[in-house]
Design a protein around this ligand. Structure first.
Ligand code: HEM
Length: 359
């Protein structure tokens, strides 16, 4: 994707520019353009990233300038304090004791950049850790216990089946029924998702990476892992009648003080599935708490912040490696295509305008 060193992805932008924020776009763009190498590859039988972009457009219409999925969002900034315990599993610099800067984005699943917030929409959190001039780690997580697809084809078929039928406000029940009959893994995963009621807001959501990765330690030993960010606070209730209610509540909460999540790494036991994000691992697996994320700033999407970052799950530092879960390479390719399309389109204001949120 880019030229990699012992420390991971390199660009020519200084660490200071990242901390100042002004250089973030330049820094991340340099990396994201490198991701275009993925843009034309096959991501499933007969499917390229362009197939997915056409699918998003069929379902959500044109959304110029916005992400083709998770289109509605808000940018956050903060830091990650590593307690050093992660070094037992990974030599990644992010797990050495100390603090690194983080830029991120909260989002709702779906390609409508002006959708009304609903409690049931999957909530996303993308995070970029570290320094574009030395190493970076990016992850995009959801508030779900498992992902609902285990293949790019499943994701694509579900996307098309979920298209709202005009005048009804709902997908075609027959299309969804046929999809679920053809994808029993999604039916099973959706049943697990339904068991957990959504929490009040973004601030009290548990975010999970869901795909398995390998952590690689100093000796080269590899452990299959999944990661979870556990909220350390509650969340205020959404105000009735506010179509941006979840985001507005988050803006007020961050204004009131830092929000924190503890990062916990779950280690697979031999035989646990590492290629299928619809399958949970048993609850008794070993966990290691590796540090704490603190978010202190919240901003409207705009040039110079995480609006222009591609939270590609394969932007990994030395010490973290992809598993052979087929979703990972598909995500990387489709995110790059979405990124390339949206950065070439005219921009219009995001739905979530932080300055306009009333106290
Ligand atoms: C084949 C499966 C998937 C496809 C095709 C897909 C597609 C996409 C696309 C096109 C974007 C917008 C990228 C951009 O313009 O920057 C996106 C964003 C996102 N996806 Fe996925 N996705 C998939 C699976 C997943 C999974 C498994 C997760 C969680 C574990 C996830 C979480 C997210 C999040 C949180 C964002 C928003 C990140 C941001 O704020 O930029 N996605 N996805």
């Amino acid at each position: 994707m880019t030229n990699r060193s012992r420390w991971g992805t390199r660009t020519s932008v200084s660490r200071r520019s990242v901390l100042l924020g002004a250089g973030v776009v330049g820094a991340f763009l340099a990396v994201d353009l490198g991701a275009l190498a993925y843009a034309n590859k096959w991501v499933g039988p007969g499917m390229t990233p362009a197939t997915f972009l056409t699918g998003f457009r069929t379902v959500y219409g044109r959304q110029p300038g916005f992400r083709k999925n998770h289109a509605k969002g808000v940018v956050v900034t903060g830091h990650f304090d590593s307690n050093g315990h992660g070094q037992e599993l990974s030599r990644a610099a992010v797990f050495r004791p100390g603090r690194v800067p983080v830029t991120g984005r909260f989002s709702l699943a779906g390609g409508d950049a002006h959708m009304a917030d609903t409690p049931g929409a999957a909530r996303g959190l993308g995070l970029a850790f570290g320094f574009p001039d030395s190493w970076q780690w990016r992850t995009a997580m959801l508030n779900l216990p498992v992902f609902v697809d285990n293949s790019p084809q499943g994701f694509y078929d579900r996307l098309l089946a979920s298209k709202i039928v005009p005048g009804t406000g709902r997908p075609d029940p027959a299309a969804m029924k046929a999809f679920l009959a053809a994808h029993p893994e999604t039916a099973a995963a959706m049943a697990l998702v339904k068991k957990q009621s959504p929490t009040a807001g973004f601030g009290d959501s548990t975010f999970r990476g869901l795909n398995a990765f390998y952590f690689v330690d100093e000796s080269g030993a590899r452990s299959a892992v999944r990661w979870t960010f556990l909220p350390q606070q509650g969340a205020p209730a959404v105000r009735a009648g506010d179509i941006d209610g979840l985001f507005d509540a988050l803006v007020r909460q961050v204004r009131g003080g830092p929000l924190r999540w503890r990062m916990v790494v779950t280690v697979a036991a031999p035989g646990d599935p590492v290629h299928d994000a619809t399958l949970p691992w048993p609850d008794d697996r070993r966990t290691v708490e590796v540090g704490e994320l603190t978010l202190t700033g919240i901003e409207t999407e705009e040039p110079g912040n995480a609006r222009d970052i591609n939270f590609d799950p394969l932007t990994l530092p030395d010490g973290i490696e992809a598993s052979d879960d087929p979703l990972l390479s598909a995500r990387s390719a489709v995110y790059a295509a979405s990124y390339r399309q949206r950065t070439g389109e005219p921009k219009s204001p995001s739905a979530v305008q932080v300055q306009q949120v009333q106290p």
